[in-house]
Write a protein that binds this ligand. Sequence first.
Ligand SMILES: Cc1cc2nc3c(=O)[nH]c(=O)nc-3n(C[C@H](O)[C@H](O)[C@H](O)COP(=O)(O)O)c2cc1C
Length: 215
Amino acid sequence: MPLSLAEMRRSYTLNGLQDEAALDDPLTLFRQWMQQARDTECAPIEANSMMLATVDSEGSPHCRVLLLKGLSDEGFTFFGNYQSDKGRQLAGNPNAAMTFFWPGLERQVRIEGQVSKLQARLSDAYFESRSEASRLGAWASPQSRPLANRAALESLMADTITRFVDQPVPRPEHWGGYCLHPQRLEFWQGRADRLHDRIDYRLQNGVWFRNRLAP
Ligand SMILES: Cc1cc2nc3c(=O)[nH]c(=O)nc-3n(C[C@H](O)[C@H](O)[C@H](O)COP(=O)(O)O)c2cc1C
């Protein structure tokens, strides 16, 4: 049975992004939009979730949802398994893209740049802030590898719990943070009649240059 979604459309009328509201510093504008998304989306998990796209050694793109865990002057931080598919792709090709979609605000932000591993002490600090179950899970789950069945995963977790019984769970070497250093950010605000606002920032020699793009 074919699935047609052609009739699904809505008009975007909540907001605008005027040229004068687009700040000189896109990271400040991102912080403002993130705060508004946190205040608006129904659950906090949705505001910091984003799509991360990476490229493999054959040039094929791969995209998955991750949680943004911070933004510093360096860039956008997220965490995961360094031996996962995304970890191997980033090790071979640091170019990556992130997309945030905040439907409650009719907004999208696209970010592109190169990714590097976070310093170990920053990964340690974040790892220690996680629940014990999450810390054990980082040891137990060979992320992106095939598993025979669900029981195999539960058995790996049970073995990990036994291994660390009554002792602290340190950060595994193969798990940690990344920072995406932005070279480009685009802020998209839905408008009526598909005449959306798009403000695009590019970093050149340490200075952000701004352009309005056609929707
Ligand atoms: C809402 C949501 C949040 C997620 N957050 C993370 C995350 O922060 N880190 C992570 O490694 N995977 C996260 N995942 C799982 C990833 O989408 C993905 O399955 C995993 O990272 C393995 O991807 P890979 O095989 O391409 O490396 C999240 C998934 C969802 C749906």
